[in-house]
Design a protein around this ligand. Structure first.
Ligand code: TRP
Length: 356
């Protein structure tokens, strides 16, 4: 994809997302959300202000929400998924801590849903190898992969992701920009399945992306906050760890603090983090610190982050004491999602004339 088509695709998705926000407010019952993460480590503030916060908001608006822990997808860019059980449980804990309510929302792992995974086979028949090879997010991941051979899963996981979304007929997928090509694959699979097998009654919806409007938070080294770069502040970090990470964050040589994301990305990201935690505009935070310089800014960010995360961390600690509960939440979520996947697979087989 060229950068021009990328920009057009993104701005169309932004316009559509704004419309969707209106519709959600009017009639949340019309929507079903599927969203997910790969279990590769604990979630951090970049995830929180980028997507997690939004998940809780949508759940609380009354939209039925499915949270997928995409365990098979961990194997796209590495040979073995290390510490998988631990990472899966950490993700459940993170979601419970931020306010995802397992009574209203369904948290599940896709490896536990045989019927979801079986959808992959007919779905793969609906896309060409050339289409799989053109996916810009996959290309980018191959370029950054530590593996010396590209596996078949790397090329096919966007189709697996279509199964993740379509098994429960989700019509809304909150995502960041990098996931837009995958959502396009899902829409293509849904459309082609309906055309080929729907006989006038579509089996699948064509889900919409709901693009996050959250600004990007940088990690403590000034690059995108990411688990693998060691520059992230985990939701589960202690207040002392948080203070240490923020103290070590990169700033710049100019003493006076301003909010100018283009010219001063590192300082501005710290200002933004404090502002997000305090629920105020970043310009206000920058002005209040002004001549106080980087040291004052870092003190302010540390206090704001620790105050904001205190209740989340307290809930997380409480749940972490009760691993049996965490496993029960997952087991119940897998059972609920599994029943839906079974019913969808039945429908798919019937549509394909394969219900014997
Ligand atoms: N590919 C997503 C990521 O790497 C995770 C994911 C898997 C996902 N299946 C999904 C996201 C379905 C949204 C919908 O972050």
């Amino acid at each position: 994809m060229s950068s021009t088509t990328d920009a057009i695709g993104t701005s169309a998705a932004q316009t559509r997302s704004a419309e969707l926000e209106q519709l959600i407010r009017k009639d949340p019952g019309r929507f079903r959300i599927l969203t997910g993460d790969r279990p590769t480590g604990r979630l951090h503030l970049g995830h929180y202000f980028g997507t997690l916060h939004n998940r809780v908001r949508l759940q609380d608006l009354g939209v039925e929400t499915f949270v997928l822990i995409a365990d098979y997808q961990v194997l796209t860019d590495r040979d073995v998924a290390e510490n998988l059980t631990e990472h899966v449980e950490e993700l459940v804990l993170d979601h419970l801590a931020i306010g995802i309510d397992p009574e209203r929302s369904t948290i599940f792992t896709h490896s536990a849903l045989p019927a979801l995974n079986q959808l992959l086979l007919p779905f793969l028949s609906l896309v060409s190898v050339a289409e799989l090879q053109r996916n810009p997010t996959v290309k980018d991941e191959i370029a950054h992969s530590r593996q010396n051979a590209v596996s078949g899963l790397m090329f096919t996981y966007p189709v697996h992701q279509a199964a993740d979304i379509l098994f429960c007929k989700a019509n809304l997928v909150p995502v960041g920009q990098d996931q837009l090509p995958h959502l396009e694959v899902t829409r293509t699979v849904a459309r082609r399945f309906n055309d080929r097998y729907g006989h006038g009654t579509p089996v699948f919806p064509q889900p919409d992306a709901l693009l996050s409007t959250a600004p990007l938070l940088l990690g403590t080294d000034g690059t995108k906050m990411s688990k693998s770069r060691g520059n992230a502040i985990a939701l589960s970090a202690t207040p002392d760890e948080t203070a240490r990470l923020i103290r070590g964050a990169r700033t710049d040589a100019e003493r006076h603090i301003t909010y100018d994301p283009e010219a001063r990305p590192e300082v501005s990201s710290l200002v933004l983090l404090a502002a997000l935690c305090e629920g105020v505009e970043p310009g206000v935070v920058a002005e209040e610190i002004g001549a106080g310089g980087a040291a004052a800014l870092k003190r302010r960010v540390t206090e704001s982050v620790n105050a904001y995360l205190a209740p989340i961390r307290a809930r997380r600690d409480a749940y972490a004491q009760d691993r049996a509960l965490v496993r029960d939440v997952l087991r119940a979520g897998n059972a609920r999602a599994g029943a839906i996947a079974d019913a969808t697979l039945e429908e798919v087989r019937a549509a394909m004339n394969a219900a014997y």
